[in-house]
Design a protein around this ligand. Structure first.
Ligand code: GAP
Length: 444
């Protein structure tokens, strides 16, 4: 068996060919930074979100879910610092007026304008032209609420899901009778007017986030920070089965951190374009609740019965993008192999994540007795597992290749022997081995 490094064009091609990801409004030429999930993509996305929700909310006894509105009162984003400070440094090609991320062109993680100016001295744009001086660009996407489109009606599409978690902190604490430490989790869309969306679904303008804000006593910040770093690593390696050698830690320098973070550690994944941020853990201190308390005039302090003291809770945040997670899962699972002179593309997904758990086929599609028997097995498995597909197109070898490419762990084939003894062949995606199994014993 032979393997080679995963290339982005291979992932993009597979994603399009097999219905994982399509360009948004493709028939109109697409729109930079926007993507649609196809039938298999949406299955995988739903599984990733369900796994995260299970790990974070369902299996926990002190983390509660919310699902906030995408558009909130704009004061929320003034208080959170996003209206003033949610910026990326950009430079402009003085001839084409194309805009670029200054830090990307300079090859640094720093977003400090002085440092970037130095690093970019003498550099040209990708089109070979001079560049403007770096300046900050606000990434908030704006809209208007109501019939009048003036400044008083401006609102923002949320740039992170965290916002409505903070504004609901007191509602959740009260309704759930929650005591510190407790968390609030949310999965939802967020929007960022990225200067240069790129690398397929890695950097997009409409994204989906899975976020937890964990409210704690200030003195537990270090332990809670470690707990949530560990959680992220463990989720990726254990629950999603991502190879640890494809992951590494990246600690943010001061000049790289978001305006709200006192400490930040990212897990980087080895994406086809290199090791890049996948999942962030941040210590947001009491920045957000203090700021919302000040701006709203509502008391967001917590009274600790045991210690008899009142304070603003600290927050450890765990935040990951669903699309980036999907890209990481695909890249981690993607293999090109040669078996007995035959080439195949195979997605070695954790079986629980595969869009289809089984594919069921009659050996020959023009033999009604095989088709009828196969249909029965298909319906039986579908009832039990739900995500089961029917595949009777082309010869068996082609069907196996097709299922390998989308990561289906097992193909079940109904042949003439099945009609005699109620056994089928079950073929394993990874080993390609086929076993004879009684229909009643087929299991995931
Ligand atoms: N609430 C904190 C927050 O939003 P972030 O580091 O800006 O922090 C968190 O984003 C995660 O969201 C990232 O680690 C990444 O997985 C995802 N993400 C952020 N911007 C993205 C973009 N433009 N496209 C795709 N995913 C993005």
């Amino acid at each position: 068996m032979e393997e080679k490094t995963v290339r982005m064009e291979d992932i993009i091609s597979l994603a399009k060919r097999r219905g994982f990801v399509f360009q948004a409004s493709e028939i109109y030429g697409g729109l930079a930074g926007f993507w649609d999930y196809g039938p298999l993509g949406v299955e995988l996305v739903n599984k990733l979100k369900a796994e995260w929700w299970k790990a974070v909310v369902t299996e926990s006894d002190n983390i509660f879910g919310v699902d906030g509105a995408i558009i909130q009162n704009p004061k929320l984003w003034e208080a959170s610092g996003h209206v003033a400070g949610f910026t990326d440094p950009m430079v402009e090609d003085v001839v084409t007026h194309k805009r670029y991320r200054a830090d990307h062109l300079a090859g640094t993680d720093s977003t400090d304008l002085g440092e970037l100016k130095e690093l970019l001295k003498g550099k040209k744009s990708p089109d070979g032209n001079d560049l403007s001086e770096p300046r900050y660009f606000n990434m908030m996407m704006q809209t208007w609420v109501g019939a009048v489109q003036d400044d008083s009606a401006v609102a923002y599409l949320r740039p992170e899901t965290a916002g409505s978690i903070f504004t609901n902190y007191e509602n959740v604490r009260e309704t759930m009778r929650a005591k510190l430490p407790f968390g609030i989790a949310q999965i939802g869309k967020a929007f960022r007017n990225e200067i240069s969306p790129r690398d397929f679904i890695f950097r997009v303008r409409e994204l989906e986030q899975m976020e937890i804000q964990y409210f704690i006593r200030p003195q537990s910040q270090d332990a809670a920070y470690e707990q949530w770093r560990e959680f992220a690593w463990d989720f990726l390696t254990t629950r999603l089965g991502i190879a640890p050698e494809n992951l590494k830690w990246h600690e943010h320098e001061e000049n790289e951190r978001a305006h709200y973070a006192a400490a930040a550690h990212d897990i980087y994944f080895k994406f086809p374009q290199g090791f890049k941020e996948l999942w962030g853990t941040h210590n947001r201190t009491d920045f957000d609740l203090s700021s919302h308390q000040k701006t709203s005039g509502k008391d967001l302090s917590y009274f600790d019965d045991a210690a008899k003291e009142r304070f603003i809770p600290y927050v450890i945040e765990s935040s990951v993008g669903v699309g980036r997670m999907l890209l990481a899962v695909l890249a981690d699972a993607y293999r090109e192999e040669e078996i007995n002179g035959d080439k195949r593309v195979v997605l070695k997904l954790k079986p629980e994540l595969a869009p289809y758990r089984f594919a069921v086929s009659p050996l020959l599609k023009n033999k009604p007795e095989l088709v009828e028997k196969a249909r029965g097995v298909y319906l039986m498995l579908k009832k039990q597992y739900g995500n089961v597909t029917w595949d009777d197109n082309g010869n068996i070898g082609k069907r196996y290749r097709r299922q390998d490419e989308i990561g289906t762990p097992n193909c079940v084939v109904i042949d003439f022997q099945t009609l005699e003894d109620d056994t089928v062949t079950v073929r394993d995606r990874d080993s390609t081995e086929q076993k004879r199994v009684a229909i009643k014993n087929i299991s995931a």
